[in-house]
Design a binder for this molecule. Structure first.
Ligand code: PRP
Ligand code: MN
Ligand code: MG
Length: 179
């Protein structure tokens, strides 16, 4: 177990499980985007670790850019509003865009991102998220690649934070309510 901002968390998805899933997703992306030179757009901050790992499991030519959103701030529940802190610099008109997220929870952030990308007339917009909390998702989102479907519990590590802490943990942890 680990402690983050005074709360206890227990191991949930191991490094080995993450690595195995990354191999599968990388191979799938290679097949689906062959000859399309996709641009991966990571949604900061949470996506930075997953983005770095998934890109290294892709062997076709590709590019990268970043968008920065915030909706949780330092809380465990969404504020219900998306704040855009940084926009992409790349021109995505006519390009195949792959949005990369660490987690789709309520779906608010991804719902916002897909709409925002489509304003620039990309050839396609695909969504790749490491984690998906199906039961918590209430906004309409299209999910093309999902690493793991998870229950509705607060998770930490591998890019995911609790009040900005814990992103450096190399495995994924879940809040330990009994601990
Ligand atoms: C988290 C997470 C996703 C989003 C998912 O980001 O990284 O981007 O919330 O929640 P949703 O589906 O309810 O929108 P957060 O706002 O905490 O910013 P961060 O990535 O900088 O941690
Ligand atoms: Mn995020
Ligand atoms: Mg966060």
């Amino acid at each position: 177990t680990v402690t983050c901002n005074g709360e206890k968390f227990k191991i949930f998805i191991t490094k080995e499980q993450i690595d195995e899933r990354m191999n599968q997703l990388g191979n799938q992306l290679d097949k689906d985007f062959k000859g399309k030179k996709p641009i991966f757009i990571g949604i900061l901050n949470g996506a930075f670790i997953f983005l770095a790992d998934i890109m290294r499991h892709v062997s076709i030519p590709c590019e990268v850019d970043f968008m920065k959103l915030s909706s949780y701030g330092d809380e465990k529940v969404s504020s219900g509003q998306v704040t855009e802190l940084k926009h992409i610099d790349a021109k995505i008109e006519g390009r195949h865009v792959i949005l990369i997220e660490d987690i789709v929870d309520t779906g608010l952030s991804m719902n916002y991102m897909v709409k925002r990308m489509k304003e620039n007339n990309p050839a396609s917009v695909s969504v790749c998220t490491l984690l998906h909390k199906k039961e918590a998702t209430k906004y309409d989102v299209q999910l093309d690649y999902v690493g793991f479907e998870i229950p509705n519990a607060f998770v930490l590590g591998y890019g995911l934070d609790y009040a900005q802490e814990g992103r450096n943990l190399s495995q994924i942890y879940v809040i330990d309510n009994e601990g």
